[in-house]
Design a protein around this ligand. Structure first.
Ligand SMILES: [Zn+2]
Length: 317
């Protein structure tokens, strides 16, 4: 056990500092909060909800980031082109949506094999995206927010940054669109990265999304891509970006409780396989790496709880 912990730490530090002590951070779950900006992200697509999501984003003049899954791209390649042509950012969500938390790492070879498997997953999807759009993304989000040392290393070796999220809950069964609206609204903060899904048809997401965008715009939020939020690129904009000054961010509910019939209708459209877990990141973006070390030293085998969707209130931010 001790040996494995030491091994993981050594490998991780090697990966982290391979470019020198000031090696660039490659794991992110939110922006630094200096501007009142939010990045909307959509995972697992393109899929049955992509078209409707694109229409809303176009209507509201909002740019988002789509973390595309290789096997979904194969089924609906034309939608990848549409996402790209609409000016949204594209990220890599691997090819097969493998749950890497189930991989056991008991030796250095296990670690290398896992890293190689993750690398293959990235490259396969990268090639698909490039074939369709000629665009090479540098953002990867591993399924279920996996971000242990093998993921960080696989990403780094392929020139990627690992992007998780600060809040997401659209897969939760039994919640109405108004429940979702309230949850996302409540968890809006400068620098937030919201996770949503566009693979399966979900009328509740489609009902909630325009309302959420409007409510947050009213609160003074601007919507940006992940790369803009994290300052990897300059935002394409007409007006200068405003520094965010501490101010009151009210979290009052924005919608009335749902009626029973509406709830039933929504439940029927809940996607089945949307089991993305909450990102297990710290609130402070700077703590991401530290948290990773904690994970490495605590869990050399996949913990069950991290592969299950949260059933209680997800943390804010
Ligand atoms: Zn996913």
């Amino acid at each position: 056990m001790k040996k494995i912990i030491v091994l993981l730490c050594v490998v991780f530090f090697t990966a982290l500092f391979s470019g020198g002590i000031n090696a660039e951070r490659i794991f992110f779950a939110n922006g630094d909060g200096t501007r009142k900006e939010i990045a909307l992200t959509f995972d697992d697509g393109p899929g049955l909800n992509t078209k409707a999501v694109l229409e809303i984003l176009k209507d509201k003049e909002v740019k988002a980031t789509f973390f595309l899954l290789g096997e979904s791209i194969e089924k609906m390649p034309h939608l990848v082109k549409e996402i790209y042509d609409d000016g949204h950012e594209i990220g890599n969500h691997t090819y097969n949506h493998i749950n890497f938390y189930e991989s056991e790492i008991k030796s250095e070879k296990d670690f290398e094999d896992l890293k190689e498997a993750m690398s293959d997953e990235i490259i396969k999807t990268q090639e698909l995206i490039e074939t369709i759009t000629d665009y090479r993304t540098r953002l990867v989000r591993f399924p279920y927010g996996y971000m242990r040392p093998a993921a960080i290393k696989a990403a780094r070796e392929n020139g990627y940054r690992v992007i998780n999220w600060s809040f997401g809950t659209d897969w939760k069964p039994g919640w109405s669109w108004r429940d979702l609206l309230n949850q996302y609204y409540k968890n809006a903060k400068p620098g937030a990265v919201f996770l949503m899904h566009d693979l399966s048809k979900s009328t509740r997401l489609i009902k909630m999304l325009p309302e959420l965008i409007e409510k947050l715009k009213t609160k003074g939020y601007d919507f940006v891509t992940v790369s803009e939020l994290l300052n990897f690129v300059e935002k394409k904009e007409k007006e200068p970006r405003q520094e965010y000054k501490q101010e009151e961010v009210k979290t009052e509910p924005v919608a009335e409780p749902e009626t029973q019939s509406e709830i039933k209708a929504e439940i029927e459209t809940v996607p089945e396989a949307e089991s993305e877990t909450e990102s297990d990141t710290e609130l402070n973006p700077e703590a991401g790496i530290i948290h990773e070390l904690k994970l490495a030293s605590q869990n050399e085998t996949a913990p069950e709880s991290e592969t299950e969707p949260q059933t209680t209130q997800l943390y804010a931010y």
